[in-house]
Write a protein of this length. Structure first.
Ligand code: 1HN
Length: 354
């Protein structure tokens, strides 16, 4: 698309350069010098297919735990920054990832913000996230949401540390210049509004309180916030016992928002998948940059021309439009989240299967 400036008279080239120099201070640029880079034929991304190991991150996180309290830090989190996005605190162009530690007896004070967040528990049992004053008691590999602008605090009244993955849409929200946040004044923890598990009973079993009744207390657009491991794991296991794996996905189940049947939150999609021992996915690429956690098993992932060995506790990134093939040496269970639902809403999402 770039015009062939070599055909120009040398005089004109020099005069063009002069024109550019005159215009630049006025905020004026020639499109023809940039067009091919602005409108690429296929996605171009600075994101690279990095990998982190849980044990390694955990060592640093526990050390941070000795040096700063959850309250002092507001959130004691180590951020997984993509090496291709240095200085951004981002793991993909639109998403953020961090590992958060809550030690026994600690509280992470109540706040709310325009960013949507998911938590995926890596370690611990029985610490909580409270949403609008209702605790979700968290177990290993549970998914817990804090949908945007809902109050949330965390606490750990158990004897063991709890560590979870935080996945947020921070880069996307900042791209739109739409960040708002506030803290709940006067208290660290939101006053308890409902007993733990209330929302799961009311909204998490293909039921909801009848519209117009006072029992219908959660926000209509986003009522559910807890997706226990016990539930998703048994569904995934049942699925894997009932049919052959999909060639590109293996066995995969998406977490949904029951009020829309769509993705869990407006900006973030999340799913779990199981690749049975010996299975290798066919190559696929998609425009949604994705973050994965290896929950069980081992194998390898070919992402573009980089191969990553995978074992339990590995975090890895699949950048937009990089061909991916994943192989399971042992039954391989993954959790993944991406900006797919954002892209679909903007009519931008594409995938290509071979
Ligand atoms: C946040 O609210 C939490 O609530 C964790 O646990 C990480 C990173 C950036 C902005 C808000 C939390 C966060 C965050």
């Amino acid at each position: 698309m770039k015009p062939n400036t070599a055909e120009l008279q040398p005089d004109n080239q020099a005069l063009l350069e002069e024109l550019y120099a005159e215009m630049a201070p006025k905020g004026l640029l020639p499109l023809w010098e940039a067009l091919a880079n602005l409108v690429t034929k296929t996605p171009k991304t600075p994101v690279v297919s990095a990998k982190w190991k849980y044990g390694d991150i955990r060592t640093h996180l526990m050390r941070a735990g000795e040096l700063i309290s959850a309250k002092q830090a507001e959130r004691r989190v180590l951020v997984l920054e993509n090496p291709g996005l240095q200085g951004t605190h981002a793991i993909t162009s639109t998403l953020y990832a961090g590992l958060q530690l809550i030690l026994p007896g600690e509280v992470a004070p109540c706040h709310r913000h325009a960013q949507s967040a998911l938590r995926f528990v890596m370690e611990g049992s029985g610490a909580f996230t409270a949403i609008d004053g209702e605790k979700a008691m968290m177990e290993k590999y549970d998914l817990v949401l804090t949908p945007n602008w809902q109050w949330h605090d965390h606490g750990n009244t158990t004897d063991d540390p709890m560590i979870w993955l935080d996945g947020l849409d921070i880069p996307l929200v900042n791209h739109f210049d739409t960040s708002f946040a506030e803290t709940l004044s006067g208290t660290d923890a939101h006053p308890e509004s409902m007993p733990p598990g209330d929302t799961l009973s009311r909204y998490g079993k293909n039921l909801r309180p009848i519209r117009g009744s006072q029992s219908d207390r959660r926000p209509k657009h986003m009522p559910l916030f807890h997706y226990p491991y016990k539930q998703w794991h048994s569904s995934l296991t049942d699925l894997s016992n009932s049919e052959a794996p999909d060639p590109h996905f293996g066995y995969a189940l998406e977490f949904i928002n029951p009020s829309t049947g769509g993705a869990i939150m407006p900006t973030i999609s999340a799913h779990v998948r199981l690749l049975p021992k010996g299975f290798e996915t066919a190559e696929r690429r998609s425009t949604d940059g994705s973050v994965y956690v290896v929950l069980e098993g081992s194998g390898s992932a070919m992402i573009g021309d980089v191969e990553h060995m995978l074992e339990e506790g590995d975090f890895f990134v699949v950048p937009s439009w990089h061909p991916v093939q994943i192989k399971a040496d042992q039954d391989l269970t993954l959790f993944g989240y991406s900006d797919r639902t954002s892209q679909e809403k903007l009519n931008l999402f594409r995938d290509l299967k071979s």
